[in-house]
Ligand binder design. Structure first.
Ligand SMILES: *[C@@H]1O[C@H](CO)[C@@H](O)[C@H](O)[C@H]1NC(C)=O
Ligand SMILES: *[C@@H]1O[C@H](CO)[C@@H](O)[C@H](O)[C@H]1NC(C)=O
Ligand SMILES: *[C@@H]1O[C@H](CO)[C@@H](O)[C@H](O)[C@H]1NC(C)=O
Length: 180
């Protein structure tokens, strides 16, 4: 189970690095039942944004919430209403979205998208500079050790094996060329 999660995490790291290098990605790891704060920011502009979406992509493509300026936010899944809270306002260019009682099914990529009115064309949708990769580990499945260090351990041993293989192939090729 842990290995599957590591693999999923590594895979996510790889695809996010390849495909979405334009934005900054924050990796967040939580246990089930914990909470996470997703800060959304956009640079100051005129006119100021009139709304903001929190969207999830990759595993599940959907809008998690929408907040129209100076109004309460609405959620796509009504069960989320009680476990999400929002501080700040899109018109102030910055918000903090808190999701509590996290569940393994919350694991995904998240980003905020600000809606800016444009009188001469359709409203513009501008993604915030930061994206989040949230990994929620099922309670008890994460071992007591720090998962990051085990991840590093796995990575470094993989690199070690690779180097050893290279060395071996090098030696064999070397011997072969000496022999001939
Ligand atoms: C969001 O949280 C950060 C760190 O706790 C805080 O400095 C900032 O003022 C908060 N912003 C809003 C809009 O609540
Ligand atoms: C997590 O979500 C799944 C599917 O939405 C649900 O079946 C499960 O009961 C949830 N677990 C917790 C601890 O809330
Ligand atoms: C509004 O849209 C037009 C056409 O797409 C664009 O040229 C203009 O820069 C936009 N205005 C603002 C304030 O973003």
């Amino acid at each position: 189970m842990i290995w599957i999660q590591y693999l999923a995490f590594l895979w996510a790291v790889v695809i996010t690095q390849i495909g979405f290098a334009h934005s900054e990605i924050h990796f967040l790891k939580r246990h089930e039942g914990e909470s996470v704060v997703l800060p959304c920011e956009i640079e100051h502009r005129d006119p100021s944004p009139l709304g903001v979406y929190l969207k999830r992509t990759w595993l599940n493509h959907k809008e998690v919430l929408f907040k129209y300026t100076k109004e309460d936010f609405t959620v796509d899944n009504s069960a989320d209403k009680s476990r999400i809270s929002v501080s700040g306002d899109p018109s102030l260019y910055s918000l903090n979205i808190t999701i509590s009682q996290l569940n393994a099914s919350d694991t995904d990529r998240y980003y905020c998208e600000f809606v800016v009115e444009n009188l001469s064309s359709a409203d513009e949708k501008i993604p915030s500079k930061t994206e989040f990769f949230l990994l929620v580990g099922a309670g008890g499945h994460w071992c007591g050790c720090s998962s990051y260090s085990s991840l590093l351990y796995v990575l470094s041993s993989a690199v070690g094996v690779l180097l050893l293989l290279l060395l071996l192939t090098g030696c064999v090729l070397c011997k072969v060329s000496v022999f001939f």
